[in-house]
Design a protein around this ligand. Structure first.
Ligand code: SF4
Length: 636
């Protein structure tokens, strides 16, 4: 009998409506464990190179993990994978909430979606059963309305629903998949893939909780976590991720005016602390997590009324719609957050794409004809919200242009607007500046699914002055030589890669980095193998779990290699290399030469071909991935 998981993977073919259950053996679960390692196992086998991301041949895989649903803080995360319509490479995006745990309780470890439905449908999973139901009446409806309607239709208020909104239906390239109306599979456009498949939602409910190998130890770990939240990540719990905004601005690292500077004059007005004292009406959580870092905000009067159903802005959302767009009105940003969650959009790409358009408009690269008459200038909150409405529904010239994402939009517009891009592999960069966090800049460049801030530990945790606890934990990963912030030497590259493996293991297991990332101070590497053992009974070690993380990373890179996405695509735009010229970060920069040198070291340490950036056959074989077929562009 498996512990922690069911041994059941659901396969749904939307083209012909067939549904099957696969029962892989234990070695499959021990090797791939969950998340995108599991998702890529199917994508690499079944999605041919060059597949249209929005065509029926693309797969959409939702994966939980062998520990999802075990009652410990920060374990309820699901991963969505498909070929990305934004990057053209492997799409990968995690979301928390209650849906992942409830999906496990409904009796499945993963859902593999194939084909394209002839008309809108939703999938209903309950206690080991699965059925496709008509969703014609739900098409066009917002995420929150959709969830309410499905619960009403199925007669159970405790059903969890993950769904797309109008943005996914309109194939916006950075559309998200939402659960609880405020938890997003935000990055890489997985919502557009779901929309192309005409799959509106997946509803789940069940009582099939997997047996835990050592329930007492699991509960002991949960109690330890509960007792340490306040002492370790209390500020995150109180203020949410937005707690970092003021600090980012203080060091000159808050990307402002489309990443032109790291200092925003209205930082205080949009900070987590201001939100706490003004529009915050509650804190929310994910299944079994005592941290409760999620925001709930509400605005009941004034120009920007905000519906609490759609949660509240995270740091990235405050930065992209606030500092990137130079909007210092917290209520306007909260409204933008509501619209993104309501329509199903990635807040990072949406805010950053609008910031790109604002700069292009101010520079004359976009005209009033391109913006449908909108004065799309920095600081114009009303224009920002109007642009957001337009792109979510692909309305007019502007909506259709921005729905493609900033990189495709710049290519279409030209007129020098490419100079303002902050994209990597077509995806807009999050709000941590590579000029200040240089190993993160390297990760932005080499990460398989574009710039990402949650794929490694940030430089700030590996300095001589970092806390004792941070350094002790990093030492457990073999990192014993902390470096100054402004270096990107071999030790720093090793730090980037090893913490990337660790975060990759967390993503494979569907664990939340806020509860499990070494620098976040609650659980850490010392707890990971213990937890996996207590749930599954497997005698895993930290080394084995680091290998699991490396395996996932190599699978993502191998998928990209088949599409010809390798070293040449591992680059930052000019704007991300720009030397900063004001405030505490004045003079800081990551130069293209410095990045290229770091890439050489990174590929060598990763066991990838230094010329192409593709995993070598030896590395794939070492990770048990010799089966991966390489396309004509792949060297492995
Ligand atoms: S720390 Fe926050 S995001 Fe992570 S599981 Fe807990 S509530 Fe969810």
């Amino acid at each position: 009998m498996p512990y922690g998981y069911h041994g059941r993977i659901l396969h749904v073919n939307l083209t012909d409506g067939t549904i099957e259950v696969e029962q892989p053996d234990e070695s499959f679960y021990r090797t791939y464990m969950g998340g995108s390692a599991l998702g890529l196992w199917y994508l690499l086998r079944e999605v041919p190179p060059g597949t249209d991301p929005l065509g029926p041949q693309n797969l959409l895989v939702f994966s939980l993990s062998v520990v999802t649903g075990a009652p410990v803080h920060g374990q309820s995360r699901a991963t969505a994978n498909a070929r990305s319509p934004l990057t053209g490479g492997a799409g990968d995006s995690q979301a928390g909430g209650f849906w992942p745990a409830e999906c496990k309780f409904a009796g499945f470890d993963a859902i593999v979606i194939r084909g394209q439905a002839p008309k809108p449908v939703y999938l209903w999973l309950h206690d080991g059963q699965a059925e496709l139901r008509d969703a014609t009446h739900l098409w066009g409806r917002d995420t929150g309305e959709t969830m309410k309607a499905i619960r009403h239709e199925l007669g159970d208020r405790r059903i969890e629903v993950t769904a797309i909104g109008p943005a996914g239906e309109h194939l916006v390239r950075f559309a998200a998949i939402m659960n609880m109306a405020n938890r997003a599979h935000g990055r890489t456009g997985m919502g557009a893939v779901m929309g192309a498949k005409k799959l509106k939602a997946i509803a789940v409910r069940g009582r099939q909780r997997p047996t835990l190998y050592d329930r007492d130890r699991v509960l002991e770990l949960a109690r330890w976590g509960r007792d340490h939240v306040d002492k370790t990540i209390g500020a995150l719990a109180k203020y949410g991720t937005s707690v970092v905004l003021k600090a980012q601005n203080y060091v000159g690292g808050l990307p402002t005016r489309n990443y032109a500077t790291g200092v925003f004059e209205h930082a205080k007005a949009i900070s987590g602390q201001t939100m706490y004292h003004t529009i915050l009406v509650g804190r929310d959580t994910c299944y079994a997590c005592a941290t409760k870092c999620k925001r709930v905000v509400e605005v009941t009067d004034g120009p920007y009324r905000v519906d609490r159903t759609y949660g509240g802005p995270e740091y990235e959302t405050l930065a992209t719609f606030g500092a990137y767009c130079c909007v210092g009105d917290l209520e306007a940003i909260a409204k933008a957050n509501e619209l993104c969650n309501r329509y199903g959009l990635d807040t990072i790409s949406a805010g950053a794409t609008i910031a790109w358009a604002m700069e292009a408009f101010e520079a004359g690269a976009l005209t009033l004809a391109d913006t449908d008459g909108l004065e799309l200038r920095f600081g114009n909150a009303d224009a920002m919200l109007a642009a957001l409405e337009a792109l979510a529904h692909r309305r007019g010239t502007l909506g259709n242009l921005l729905a493609e994402g900033s990189e495709r939009a710049a290519r279409a517009v030209g007129r020098g607007s490419e100079e303002f891009l902050i994209t990597v592999k077509g995806q807009e960069a999050p709000a941590h500046m590579p000029q200040i966090k240089r190993s993160l800049g390297l990760i932005y460049a080499v990460n398989p699914f574009g710039a990402d801030h949650q794929s490694s530990e940030h430089d700030t945790s590996y300095q001589p002055g970092s806390s004792k606890r941070e350094l002790e934990r990093l030492a457990m990963l073999g990192l014993t030589s902390p470096q100054d912030l402004d270096t990107l030497n071999r030790e720093k590259v090793e730090f980037a890669l090893k913490t990337q493996y660790f975060y990759s293991a967390l993503d494979t297991l569907g664990l939340c980095q806020f509860d499990w990332g070494p620098a976040w101070q609650l659980y850490g590497p010392e707890h990971l193998a213990d937890f996996v053992h207590a749930v599954t009974g497997w005698d895993v070690t930290l080394d084995e779990l680091m290998t699991v993380g490396a395996r996932r990373l190599n699978m993502l890179r191998a998928f990209n290699a088949r599409e010809g996405i390798g070293r040449d695509a591992d680059k930052l735009t000019k704007r991300l290399h720009k030397q900063l010229t004001e405030g505490p970060s004045e003079g800081l920069q990551i130069t293209p030469e410095e990045l290229e040198r770091a890439k050489d070291i990174y590929y060598e340490l990763a066991g990838w071909d230094v010329g192409t950036g593709y995993p070598t056959p030896e590395t794939l074989a070492r990770l048990g991935l010799a089966w991966i077929e390489q396309g004509s562009n792949g060297s492995a």
